[in-house]
Design a protein. Structure first.
Length: 287
Protein backbone atom coordinates (compact mmCIF):
# COMPACT_ATOMS: atom_id res chain seq x y z
CA UNK A 1 0.00 0.00 0.00
CA UNK A 2 1.38 3.44 -0.95
CA UNK A 3 1.66 5.88 1.95
CA UNK A 4 0.17 9.41 1.72
CA UNK A 5 3.66 10.92 1.99
CA UNK A 6 4.90 8.80 -0.94
CA UNK A 7 1.90 9.82 -3.03
CA UNK A 8 2.56 13.49 -2.20
CA UNK A 9 6.19 13.13 -3.22
CA UNK A 10 5.23 11.54 -6.55
CA UNK A 11 2.70 14.32 -7.19
CA UNK A 12 5.29 16.99 -6.38
CA UNK A 13 7.90 15.47 -8.71
CA UNK A 14 5.36 15.22 -11.54
CA UNK A 15 4.33 18.83 -10.97
CA UNK A 16 7.88 20.17 -10.89
CA UNK A 17 8.85 18.26 -14.03
CA UNK A 18 6.38 20.30 -16.07
CA UNK A 19 6.98 23.68 -14.46
CA UNK A 20 9.83 24.76 -16.80
CA UNK A 21 7.45 24.47 -19.77
CA UNK A 22 5.06 27.02 -18.28
CA UNK A 23 5.53 30.36 -20.05
CA UNK A 24 8.53 31.27 -22.18
CA UNK A 25 10.83 32.73 -19.52
CA UNK A 26 14.54 32.54 -20.30
CA UNK A 27 16.87 30.84 -17.84
CA UNK A 28 19.43 32.80 -15.85
CA UNK A 29 22.93 31.45 -16.63
CA UNK A 30 24.03 31.53 -12.98
CA UNK A 31 22.01 29.33 -10.61
CA UNK A 32 22.50 26.89 -7.75
CA UNK A 33 21.17 23.34 -7.86
CA UNK A 34 17.54 22.90 -6.87
CA UNK A 35 16.96 21.94 -3.23
CA UNK A 36 13.78 19.95 -2.60
CA UNK A 37 11.65 20.80 0.42
CA UNK A 38 8.08 20.19 1.61
CA UNK A 39 5.85 20.45 -1.50
CA UNK A 40 8.33 22.89 -3.04
CA UNK A 41 11.83 23.27 -4.41
CA UNK A 42 14.19 26.24 -4.07
CA UNK A 43 17.36 27.64 -5.65
CA UNK A 44 19.46 30.80 -5.82
CA UNK A 45 19.89 32.78 -9.05
CA UNK A 46 22.55 35.36 -9.86
CA UNK A 47 23.54 37.89 -12.48
CA UNK A 48 24.04 41.53 -13.32
CA UNK A 49 21.54 44.23 -14.24
CA UNK A 50 21.88 47.84 -15.29
CA UNK A 51 21.79 50.08 -12.25
CA UNK A 52 20.11 53.44 -11.75
CA UNK A 53 22.28 56.02 -13.45
CA UNK A 54 25.69 54.82 -14.61
CA UNK A 55 27.07 51.36 -14.09
CA UNK A 56 25.54 47.99 -13.24
CA UNK A 57 24.73 46.14 -10.05
CA UNK A 58 24.86 42.52 -8.98
CA UNK A 59 21.57 40.78 -8.45
CA UNK A 60 20.52 37.50 -6.89
CA UNK A 61 17.15 35.81 -6.68
CA UNK A 62 15.52 33.30 -4.38
CA UNK A 63 13.31 31.13 -6.60
CA UNK A 64 10.58 29.01 -4.96
CA UNK A 65 8.41 26.64 -6.98
CA UNK A 66 5.41 25.07 -5.26
CA UNK A 67 3.15 22.13 -5.96
CA UNK A 68 -0.43 22.81 -7.07
CA UNK A 69 -2.57 24.50 -4.41
CA UNK A 70 0.33 25.45 -2.14
CA UNK A 71 1.26 29.02 -1.24
CA UNK A 72 3.97 30.93 0.58
CA UNK A 73 3.91 34.34 2.21
CA UNK A 74 4.82 37.96 1.58
CA UNK A 75 6.93 40.02 4.03
CA UNK A 76 3.61 40.78 5.81
CA UNK A 77 1.65 37.52 5.79
CA UNK A 78 -1.68 39.08 6.80
CA UNK A 79 -3.90 37.65 9.52
CA UNK A 80 -1.81 34.46 9.78
CA UNK A 81 1.20 32.78 8.21
CA UNK A 82 4.97 33.03 8.38
CA UNK A 83 6.97 35.67 6.46
CA UNK A 84 10.25 34.53 4.88
CA UNK A 85 13.39 34.98 6.99
CA UNK A 86 16.67 35.15 5.09
CA UNK A 87 19.98 35.06 6.96
CA UNK A 88 23.05 36.06 4.90
CA UNK A 89 25.47 36.31 7.86
CA UNK A 90 27.71 33.45 6.68
CA UNK A 91 28.23 34.98 3.24
CA UNK A 92 31.67 36.29 2.22
CA UNK A 93 32.46 39.64 0.58
CA UNK A 94 28.86 40.76 1.08
CA UNK A 95 28.26 44.27 2.43
CA UNK A 96 24.49 44.26 1.94
CA UNK A 97 21.68 42.08 0.55
CA UNK A 98 18.43 43.97 0.00
CA UNK A 99 15.47 41.66 -0.56
CA UNK A 100 12.77 42.99 -2.89
CA UNK A 101 9.24 41.60 -2.91
CA UNK A 102 7.20 41.39 -6.14
CA UNK A 103 3.54 42.38 -5.96
CA UNK A 104 1.70 39.73 -3.89
CA UNK A 105 -1.86 38.40 -3.94
CA UNK A 106 -4.56 38.37 -1.27
CA UNK A 107 -5.94 34.95 -0.29
CA UNK A 108 -9.30 34.71 1.46
CA UNK A 109 -10.17 31.58 3.44
CA UNK A 110 -11.86 30.51 6.66
CA UNK A 111 -8.84 31.58 8.74
CA UNK A 112 -8.89 35.14 7.40
CA UNK A 113 -7.10 37.08 4.69
CA UNK A 114 -3.45 36.29 4.01
CA UNK A 115 -0.92 37.75 1.57
CA UNK A 116 1.56 35.86 -0.57
CA UNK A 117 2.29 33.86 -3.70
CA UNK A 118 1.09 30.65 -5.36
CA UNK A 119 2.72 28.43 -7.97
CA UNK A 120 6.13 30.08 -8.15
CA UNK A 121 7.86 33.24 -6.99
CA UNK A 122 11.29 34.82 -7.38
CA UNK A 123 12.43 37.28 -4.71
CA UNK A 124 15.04 39.61 -6.27
CA UNK A 125 17.98 40.51 -4.02
CA UNK A 126 20.20 43.54 -4.69
CA UNK A 127 23.80 42.73 -3.72
CA UNK A 128 26.54 45.09 -2.58
CA UNK A 129 30.04 43.61 -2.46
CA UNK A 130 32.61 44.69 0.10
CA UNK A 131 35.25 44.42 -2.63
CA UNK A 132 33.72 44.98 -6.07
CA UNK A 133 36.65 43.25 -7.77
CA UNK A 134 35.97 39.90 -6.06
CA UNK A 135 33.05 37.41 -6.16
CA UNK A 136 30.24 37.60 -3.64
CA UNK A 137 30.01 34.19 -1.95
CA UNK A 138 26.38 33.85 -0.95
CA UNK A 139 25.53 31.53 1.94
CA UNK A 140 21.83 31.69 2.76
CA UNK A 141 19.95 30.16 5.68
CA UNK A 142 16.31 30.49 4.63
CA UNK A 143 13.08 29.93 6.53
CA UNK A 144 9.66 30.19 4.93
CA UNK A 145 6.17 28.84 5.46
CA UNK A 146 4.28 26.81 2.86
CA UNK A 147 0.57 26.17 3.25
CA UNK A 148 -2.34 24.34 1.72
CA UNK A 149 -4.74 22.67 4.16
CA UNK A 150 -2.01 22.93 6.79
CA UNK A 151 1.02 25.20 7.16
CA UNK A 152 4.51 23.73 7.29
CA UNK A 153 7.71 25.64 8.19
CA UNK A 154 10.67 25.01 5.88
CA UNK A 155 14.33 25.56 6.78
CA UNK A 156 17.20 25.07 4.32
CA UNK A 157 20.59 26.39 3.27
CA UNK A 158 21.70 27.51 -0.19
CA UNK A 159 24.94 28.83 -1.63
CA UNK A 160 26.05 30.55 -4.84
CA UNK A 161 29.15 32.43 -6.00
CA UNK A 162 28.33 35.63 -7.95
CA UNK A 163 31.41 36.98 -9.79
CA UNK A 164 31.83 40.71 -10.41
CA UNK A 165 31.57 40.10 -14.16
CA UNK A 166 28.46 37.92 -13.91
CA UNK A 167 26.43 37.60 -17.10
CA UNK A 168 23.59 40.05 -17.62
CA UNK A 169 20.17 38.79 -16.52
CA UNK A 170 18.01 38.12 -19.63
CA UNK A 171 15.16 40.61 -19.88
CA UNK A 172 12.59 37.84 -20.30
CA UNK A 173 13.88 35.66 -17.45
CA UNK A 174 11.82 34.97 -14.33
CA UNK A 175 14.27 37.03 -12.28
CA UNK A 176 13.92 40.06 -14.57
CA UNK A 177 10.12 39.68 -14.64
CA UNK A 178 10.03 39.50 -10.84
CA UNK A 179 12.10 42.69 -10.63
CA UNK A 180 9.57 44.42 -12.89
CA UNK A 181 6.78 43.39 -10.49
CA UNK A 182 8.41 45.02 -7.46
CA UNK A 183 6.22 48.01 -6.40
CA UNK A 184 7.82 51.29 -7.42
CA UNK A 185 8.13 54.53 -5.39
CA UNK A 186 6.66 57.77 -6.71
CA UNK A 187 10.07 58.79 -8.09
CA UNK A 188 10.07 55.75 -10.41
CA UNK A 189 6.34 55.65 -11.15
CA UNK A 190 5.20 54.51 -14.62
CA UNK A 191 2.06 55.39 -16.57
CA UNK A 192 0.08 52.31 -15.51
CA UNK A 193 1.12 52.34 -11.85
CA UNK A 194 -1.55 53.07 -9.21
CA UNK A 195 -1.40 55.99 -6.78
CA UNK A 196 -2.97 57.15 -3.52
CA UNK A 197 -5.13 60.22 -4.10
CA UNK A 198 -6.48 60.88 -0.59
CA UNK A 199 -6.21 59.51 2.94
CA UNK A 200 -8.66 60.27 5.75
CA UNK A 201 -8.00 58.92 9.24
CA UNK A 202 -10.41 58.89 12.19
CA UNK A 203 -8.53 57.61 15.23
CA UNK A 204 -11.15 58.51 17.86
CA UNK A 205 -14.84 57.85 18.39
CA UNK A 206 -16.88 54.66 18.22
CA UNK A 207 -15.84 53.75 14.66
CA UNK A 208 -12.13 54.54 14.22
CA UNK A 209 -11.02 53.91 10.66
CA UNK A 210 -8.71 54.89 7.82
CA UNK A 211 -10.19 55.60 4.39
CA UNK A 212 -7.76 55.45 1.47
CA UNK A 213 -8.78 56.64 -1.99
CA UNK A 214 -6.69 55.37 -4.90
CA UNK A 215 -6.42 55.60 -8.67
CA UNK A 216 -5.51 52.70 -10.98
CA UNK A 217 -4.88 54.35 -14.38
CA UNK A 218 -3.89 51.06 -16.01
CA UNK A 219 -7.24 49.51 -15.04
CA UNK A 220 -8.69 48.05 -11.85
CA UNK A 221 -8.23 44.37 -12.72
CA UNK A 222 -6.48 42.78 -9.72
CA UNK A 223 -6.52 46.09 -7.81
CA UNK A 224 -5.65 45.69 -4.14
CA UNK A 225 -3.99 47.54 -1.27
CA UNK A 226 -1.82 46.33 1.62
CA UNK A 227 -0.81 48.44 4.63
CA UNK A 228 2.02 47.88 7.11
CA UNK A 229 2.72 49.70 10.38
CA UNK A 230 6.14 50.12 12.03
CA UNK A 231 7.32 48.75 15.39
CA UNK A 232 5.46 45.47 15.00
CA UNK A 233 2.04 47.16 15.26
CA UNK A 234 -0.91 45.29 13.77
CA UNK A 235 -3.09 46.90 11.10
CA UNK A 236 -6.02 44.92 9.64
CA UNK A 237 -6.07 44.41 5.89
CA UNK A 238 -7.95 47.13 3.97
CA UNK A 239 -11.32 46.24 2.47
CA UNK A 240 -12.75 47.67 -0.72
CA UNK A 241 -15.76 49.92 -0.13
CA UNK A 242 -18.24 49.52 -2.97
CA UNK A 243 -17.30 48.99 -6.57
CA UNK A 244 -14.71 50.82 -8.62
CA UNK A 245 -15.76 54.11 -10.20
CA UNK A 246 -13.77 54.35 -13.40
CA UNK A 247 -10.17 53.91 -12.29
CA UNK A 248 -10.87 55.05 -8.72
CA UNK A 249 -11.02 52.49 -5.90
CA UNK A 250 -11.69 53.24 -2.22
CA UNK A 251 -10.44 51.11 0.67
CA UNK A 252 -11.23 51.20 4.37
CA UNK A 253 -9.30 49.89 7.37
CA UNK A 254 -11.50 49.05 10.37
CA UNK A 255 -9.54 50.06 13.48
CA UNK A 256 -12.04 48.43 15.84
CA UNK A 257 -10.61 45.02 14.87
CA UNK A 258 -7.95 44.28 17.51
CA UNK A 259 -6.23 47.67 17.19
CA UNK A 260 -5.50 50.44 19.69
CA UNK A 261 -5.83 53.50 17.43
CA UNK A 262 -3.89 55.64 19.92
CA UNK A 263 -0.80 53.51 19.26
CA UNK A 264 -0.97 54.39 15.56
CA UNK A 265 -1.14 58.16 16.04
CA UNK A 266 1.94 59.82 14.55
CA UNK A 267 3.13 56.58 12.92
CA UNK A 268 4.17 56.38 9.28
CA UNK A 269 2.39 53.56 7.45
CA UNK A 270 3.68 51.83 4.33
CA UNK A 271 1.17 51.33 1.51
CA UNK A 272 1.59 48.83 -1.31
CA UNK A 273 -0.79 49.09 -4.28
CA UNK A 274 -0.97 46.24 -6.78
CA UNK A 275 -2.87 45.46 -9.97
CA UNK A 276 -2.46 43.51 -13.19
CA UNK A 277 -1.25 46.67 -14.95
CA UNK A 278 1.16 48.12 -12.39
CA UNK A 279 2.22 48.39 -8.77
CA UNK A 280 3.45 51.14 -6.48
CA UNK A 281 4.56 51.88 -2.94
CA UNK A 282 4.19 54.98 -0.79
CA UNK A 283 3.92 56.10 2.82
CA UNK A 284 1.72 58.37 4.89
CA UNK A 285 1.78 59.63 8.46
CA UNK A 286 -1.27 59.24 10.67
CA UNK A 287 -2.09 62.56 12.31
Amino acid sequence: MTSPSSMAAVALIAHLLVLPSIGAAAEVALASEWTNAESSRVRLLGGRVEGRGAGARLLAGLEIEMADGWKTYWRNPGSSGVPPRLDWSKSANLADARVLFPAPLRFVDRDGDTIGYKGAVVLPIELVAKDASKPVELALAAEYGICKDICIPVELTLSLSVPPDAAAVPGDSRLARALERVPRPASARRAGDPAVTRVKSELTGDMPRIVIETSFPGGTQGADLFVEAPDGLWVPLPKKTGGASGNAVSFEIDLTDGVDPAELEGKTLRLTLVSDAGQAETTFKLE
